[in-house]
Write a protein that binds this ligand. Sequence first.
Ligand code: PLP
Length: 382
Amino acid sequence: MRVHLDHNATTPLRPEAREALFFALDRLGGNPSSVHGAGRAARALLDEARERIAGALGVDEDDLLFTSGGTESDNLALAGVLGASGPGATLVTTTIEHSAVLEPARRFAAEGHPLTLVGVDAAGRVDLEELTEAAAGATLVSVMSANNELGSTVDVGRLVAALRDRYGREAPWVHTDAVQALGKLPLDLAGDDVDLASLSGHKVGAPVGVGLLVRRNRAPLRALVIGGGQEAGLRPGTENVAGVHAFAIALELAVAEQISFAQTARSHVEKLWNGVQKFSPAVRLLGPPLADPTRLPNTLNILLPETDGRTLVARLDLAGLECSAGSACASGSLEPSHVLRAIGLDEERARAGLRLSTGRTTRVDEIAHAVEILSRTLGRTT
Ligand code: PLP
């Protein structure tokens, strides 16, 4: 039996989303911008998807901009707001953001936009007071709702309220990368009154290649992709109707199942942690304590003594357990995780973190098997 505990990297396609995808691919031959029947059928499915997603997220249909995924949504939020706000526009973000935020942030800084990077504590938590303080005069604050490596989270609603309280009409725009939060934590974009939020389809059981930027409160945006008038001209290009349709189905289910998913995931993660501690008492938990109710329920990041994360990942893979060292997108690189560096680990230890993340399809017998594989493999490495 192979066990996949790398659901934060990507999670299997939901059967309902697969069905929706193939239905749309098989049935639709039109471009939603065409006025003929085939075009109108594609447009109708797109409109329906928009309506369903808006309903599930509690936002307006006009607030949704479909993109190719989380990376593009993050890029569009940052480049879009800074681009629309002129050369003096400034950005505040944190040291543990995904590279889809940090890399564009660094590019803007190189181009002359003032950038402030706010650090985190040893568990990867952002101090909201420090962030609010750092946001004085900023154009945009970008902070992730949930960290993909450590499972630490930010109360974005509290941040928005603190910024408005402190700066009133001068408060910066707020963007949140909510890619890992969707379906795992309660997400209330309207209640939190956040201006921009990035979501990604393949993290909730939709196919890869579809994402969303939720844009509210008329946040200023300049398009990154230039072309026709689709998505209000802010994300032109013929729409990925089948992908969007599948995303709508997956997103609705992920939102509806969030509470029960979180309960199961928490229990799986506790079992994993207890199992690992039994055979490796020196193991250290990275990120917030498991008892912290605000943490991402499905994510366990552990530091095992005297191991190299990447070598261990390869050995575990051979033994039948799929997980990652750091984030999946960075794990092919030789660089230590910037997130683990940000919580104060030295280079060597920042290479030793092992991330295990459970998903909707994870079963309790798989958790037991994963512990067994970890114990056997670590028995040989330490
Ligand atoms: N933001 C976070 C927090 C992520 O975990 C990821 C994916 O790993 C992304 C953004 C990028 O999303 P996508 O793979 O859809 O481009």
